[in-house]
Design a protein around this ligand. Structure first.
Ligand SMILES: [Zn+2]
Length: 281
């Protein structure tokens, strides 16, 4: 079985992009006394082994959000930190092996990675909640978690303020992923767009898919596209579909579901359930 599937790129001193066979990216940040792994991929390969070859420092793992291609590898580490708003059972459910196996990309399959590579159980993974503003101290290097509920309810941007590096997960990507499982309505992304741009002013951006590169000019363009979509479609449509605007382009477009443009009563019911479980256990 092919376990060594991660391609490593040093993107800044002591900072690595770990590319899971073109499927998704996680990022390893090394300080003087500790290291932080931001996201832990689908977990189709030996991610802890790849990390250990890069650093022997004590490791903390934190997820930008809990989609299976960002938190799914958590079982290889035992304990991971996740946004508090996504500790709900339905997000854990999405990390069951059966669902993670559905996330294998064609490129992974062509590289010989099969469902058997996606192992481990979410039931053995402890999710420790972190809150907006949480700071991860790596010794001479700190990373701050800022909640930006644009992609999912808990989606978080990690800021290395001294080195001006921002890690966005799926909060923004060249193909904006607003058509995925329990993504927020497109209008929620629009509501956070200007804040995301202000937050990342002066930063080099790294995202969860493609080659990781992203620039603020593209986010600005996506915000215009999202506003055009919402203007043309004033209500949610009846059927779920995946559409791309203005057209599918890996270099920049918006993926969306016309049934999930605006907050709906059905969605509000689920959100109420989520918040109740957070507040009342
Ligand atoms: Zn996602």
């Amino acid at each position: 079985m092919n376990m060594d599937i991660y391609t490593v790129e040093e993107i800044a001193p002591g900072t690595f992009r770990l590319d899971e066979c073109g499927r998704d990216n996680c990022y390893l940040l090394c300080g003087k006394t500790g290291a932080l792994l931001i996201d832990c991929s689908l977990g189709a390969g030996d991610l802890p082994g790849t990390v250990r070859r890069l650093t022997k420092l004590p490791l903390t793992v934190a997820a930008t959000h809990t989609h299976g291609d960002h938190a799914g590898g958590g079982h290889q580490f035992g304990t991971i930190h996740v946004p508090r708003a996504e500790t709900h059972v339905s997000f854990r459910g999405q990390n069951l092996r059966v669902f993670r196996r559905q996330l294998l990309s064609n490129r992974m399959k062509r590289a010989g990675i099969t469902k058997k590579n996606v192992r481990g159980s979410i039931r053995k993974t402890e999710w420790l909640p972190f809150d907006d503003g949480a700071v991860f101290d790596l010794g001479g290097r700190t990373v701050r978690a800022v909640s930006v509920p644009a992609h999912t309810v808990g989606s978080t941007v990690f800021l290395d303020e001294r080195n001006k590096l921002a890690f966005l997960g799926d909060t923004a990507c060249p193909v904006l992923p607003m058509h995925t499982y329990r993504a927020l309505p497109l209008s929620a992304w629009e509501a956070q767009g200007d804040r995301l741009l202000a937050l990342t002013d002066g930063y080099t951006l790294w995202c969860g898919h493609g080659d990781g590169r992203l620039n603020r000019a593209l986010i600005r363009r996506q915000l215009c596209w999202v506003r055009e979509i919402l203007k043309a479609r004033p209500t949610n449509e009846a059927t779920h579909r995946i559409l791309y605007y203005p057209t599918f382009d890996p270099a920049g477009c918006v993926g969306f579901d016309p049934a999930n443009l605006y907050e709906s009563d059905k969605r509000k019911g689920w959100m109420k359930e989520t918040w109740n479980s957070i507040l009342h256990g």
